[in-house]
Ligand binder design. Structure first.
Ligand SMILES: O=C(O)c1cc(=O)[nH]c(=O)n1[C@@H]1O[C@H](COP(=O)(O)O)[C@@H](O)[C@H]1O
Length: 273
């Protein structure tokens, strides 16, 4: 999917919501455990109930890998279901990969070609030759971890090297990579106060912003400092939406939670006009 198509979808739906499919058999409604593929049935119900309120889904690959072959099969069914039934939706493989060049190429093939995701999250730690293989795929996007939402972000990402914070170095150096037009960045919603400076380095790039809802980040603050004229934001919520209820009404309740966020996003989009 091109960035222009993503922006058009945001305008059409008046939403820049990404729903995280962090599907955990210990948290989904108990009655679904009787299904042959409980993970897929849960995802399908959530997707069917919310697809008009969001522009992206982000399965976190760890949740699928944890269930072995069964989990991987559910992931494959989920992405196929999305691509077939809701082709306008932007899909994110939250895999946080990155390795030496030839290995990164295999990761890229796995997620971009075999599974046909539109994008993947990547850790920048191994540098240029670990990231560039992902950037060579047309209309596929690489979402580099810049400033993450967790407490551990302060261990390395905000540390200064030659008087510059490491996450700022990640942002500025990565813009020189071959294929950098395919880069997006992760910035945690819990770090909204950093967005002003981040926008000075990457004024137009899309940012994937997790951490609203369960982690306590503020949507309004993220929009105030992070929104561009082309929106430039995908705000993710996982647990706050998909586990809002563990009863028969779980999909309807997920829709209500998604609707609350979409309405808050519409208000922010109205401010642009
Ligand atoms: O790359 C991510 O998506 C990510 C980066 C980050 O800095 N913080 C973060 O929470 N995430 C992911 O975003 C999701 C957040 O989930 P909730 O806190 O339940 O909304 C999880 O899948 C995390 O792995």
């Amino acid at each position: 999917m091109t960035t222009q198509e993503l922006v058009a979808q945001i305008h059409k739906k008046q939403s820049f919501l990404c729903i995280g499919l962090d599907t955990d058999l210990e948290k989904i409604p108990a009655f679904l455990l009787e299904e042959e593929d409980s993970i897929f049935e849960f995802n399908k119900a959530i997707i069917d109930a919310t697809h008009d309120l969001c522009v992206a889904y982000k399965p976190n690959i760890a949740f699928y890998e944890a269930y072995g072959v069964q989990g991987w099969s559910a992931l494959r069914k989920t992405i196929k279901y999305l691509n077939k039934n809701y082709p306008e939706i932007f899909t994110i493989a939250d895999a946080k990969r990155g390795d030496i060049g030839n290995t990164s190429t295999r990761y890229a093939k796995a997620f971009f070609e075999d599974l046909n995701f539109d994008s993947i999250t990547i850790a920048p730690y191994m540098g240029k030759d670990s990231v560039e293989p992902f950037l060579q795929f047309k209309d596929k996007h690489t979402i580099l971890l810049a400033l993450t939402s967790n407490e551990g972000a302060f261990d390395f990402q905000t540390k200064k090297i030659d008087n510059k914070e490491l996450y700022k170095e990640v942002l500025s150096v990565s813009t020189t990579y071959k294929g950098s037009e395919n880069l997006m960045y992760v910035v945690g919603a819990t770090k909204a106060e950093y967005l002003k400076e981040i926008r000075e380095i990457v004024p137009n790039s899309f940012l994937l912003v997790p951490g609203v809802g369960a982690q306590g980040g503020s949507l309004v603050d993220v929009c105030e400092y992070g929104m561009t004229k082309d929106i430039g934001l995908l705000i993710n919520s996982s647990r706050g939406i998909i586990y809002a209820s563990d009863q028969e009404d779980f999909a309807d309740t997920a829709r209500e939670k998604a609707k609350e966020l979409q309405e808050a996003m519409k208000k922010e989009l109205d401010k642009l006009n």
